[in-house]
Design a protein around this ligand. Structure first.
Ligand code: SF4
Length: 444
């Protein structure tokens, strides 16, 4: 089990010397317990205590990076079993598989699709992460050529899938500097692949059925010098994947089996129900998911699910409060009050831009809460609206003094009028009705 802050504190020098960068030993202990500090930061620990604390406070799942540069994917370093306990930090990389038996044009087309696919959602750009090349030709040269084609110039992370060490050796000779994930070390080839992964400084996936066999293989590869590992449990079904992945995650978090403290690799190409396999991997602890070429609808669903699961449940996604002009508004344009919850903002933005009605979207800071929650929780108040009107200079933008507030903020209408001196109109509750409401009710 991970050590608690007070247990860690008992082992520290308790001099509060601040050399670690924290004001007290207790503050340092709390950071260590949360996995947010390194034990080496305290110079006054003896080697035995350092070793003890290092083992107990390092993240239960190793952080492993695949690829280099801006599009590199870092996975692992998770601390909890359930998202609501804290948060999940490193979203799984989704990589699309190509075969080295496919024509060059087909491979090139998939690489370009992966590289250029972007789903815009709530102000964020969601992307696929890379390409996995499977050695189906049996030829090391053909494999290396396809790997070079997939990696050359695309800057995308790669997975090299082959059982034959000679194929990996050929592929790493052309793409080792991209830090690809080598897949997969098995009971038969692990010595060769661990040596290659060590030589090229690349991560290595180990493949075995079941947690016990995986842990044994991971231990052997780590002892051989391949430190950045991933675990491919070779699930027989999606249900089996969920069960095995949950068991691995539980053992890693509880630190009952340190050799399972690595990110999980899911080969989703094994399953016909690709949407279900992607969802299972995203929800249940996959670090790398390899998928077949995906339809746009599946890509959108998978990237949206991943975004939702890997946002901090305690911190809603927010936009910057302020005044946003939409459709080139003039001095007679309506001013619409809203909140800085991203989903609300982008939903409104979509409807308003489509309506072509010029207006100002006046977004106040409710700490990312929706209108209904902000009203109920006292985060959307008449004082906030009055202060924000003044601070954002809304009065200088329009000649009128009329504010349209969301339907869910209707209980505040009187107070907002008193606090701002503006006339308040109560708009609809549903953003979809806003355009019709403005056309009927707004008179400049
Ligand atoms: S450096 Fe060590 S002894 Fe000094 S405050 Fe930090 S934890 Fe305490």
């Amino acid at each position: 089990m991970a050590m608690k802050a007070l247990d860690i504190y008992k082992l520290l020098p308790k001099t509060n010397c601040k050399k670690c960068g924290y004001p007290t030993c207790l503050a340092f202990a709390m950071k260590l317990a949360a996995g947010k500090a390194e034990v080496e930061a305290c110079p006054d620990l003896d080697p035995a205590t350092k070793a003890l604390l290092g083992g107990a406070t390092r993240p239960p799942i190793r952080l492993v990076q695949v690829g280099v540069g801006e599009r590199a994917v870092a996975v692992g370093e998770e601390f909890v079993l359930f998202r609501h306990e804290k948060t999940f930090y490193h979203p799984p990389g989704i990589l699309v598989q190509v075969s080295d038996t496919w024509p060059e044009e087909q491979v090139r087309s998939i690489v370009e699709t992966v590289r250029d696919t972007v789903v815009h959602r709530v102000g964020m750009d969601l992307v696929l992460n890379g390409v996995a090349v499977r050695n189906e030709s049996g030829s090391p040269d053909r494999f290396a050529e396809t790997v070079a084609l997939a990696g050359g110039g695309s800057a995308l992370p790669l997975v090299l899938i082959a059982d034959d060490p000679a194929s990996h050796e050929a592929a790493l000779a052309v793409a080792g500097h991209y830090r690809p994930l080598v897949h997969a070390a098995t009971g038969e080839n692990w010595q060769d692949l661990a040596a290659l992964a060590k030589r090229y400084g690349c991560p290595l996936a180990v493949r075995a059925a079941g947690p016990g066999a995986l842990a044994a293989l991971a231990r052997s590869c780590a002892d051989a010098g391949a430190q950045d590992l991933m675990l491919d449990p070779v699930p027989g079904s999606i249900q089996n994947y969920i069960a095995v992945a949950t068991g691995i995650r539980e053992a890693a978090i509880a630190r009952t089996e340190p050799a399972l403290g690595y990110p999980i690799y899911l080969d989703a190409t094994r399953f016909r129900e690709i949407d279900a396999a992607l969802a299972a991997g995203i929800l249940k602890y996959a670090g790398i998911i390899v998928a077949p070429p995906l339809s746009p609808a599946t890509v959108t669903a998978a990237l949206t699910l991943r975004q939702n699961i890997y946002t901090d449940p305690q911190k809603p996604i927010q936009v910057t409060p302020g005044v946003y002009p939409i459709n080139d508004p003039g001095r007679d344009a309506p001013v619409l009050l809203s909140v800085n919850f991203s989903l609300t903002y982008f939903t409104l933005l979509g409807y308003l831009e489509a309506s072509r009605i010029p207006c100002y979207l006046f977004v106040v800071d409710t700490e990312g809460l929706s209108v209904l929650t902000a009203v109920a929780g006292g985060k959307l108040t008449a004082t906030l609206v009055a202060d924000s009107l003044r601070n954002f200079g809304v009065e200088e933008l329009v000649d009128h003094r009329v504010l349209i507030i969301p339907g869910y903020a209707a209980p505040l209408s009187g107070k907002i009028e008193d606090a701002t001196g503006w006339k308040v109109m109560v708009g609809p509750r549903d953003a979809a009705e806003l355009a019709e409401y403005l056309e009927k009710e707004w008179v400049a």
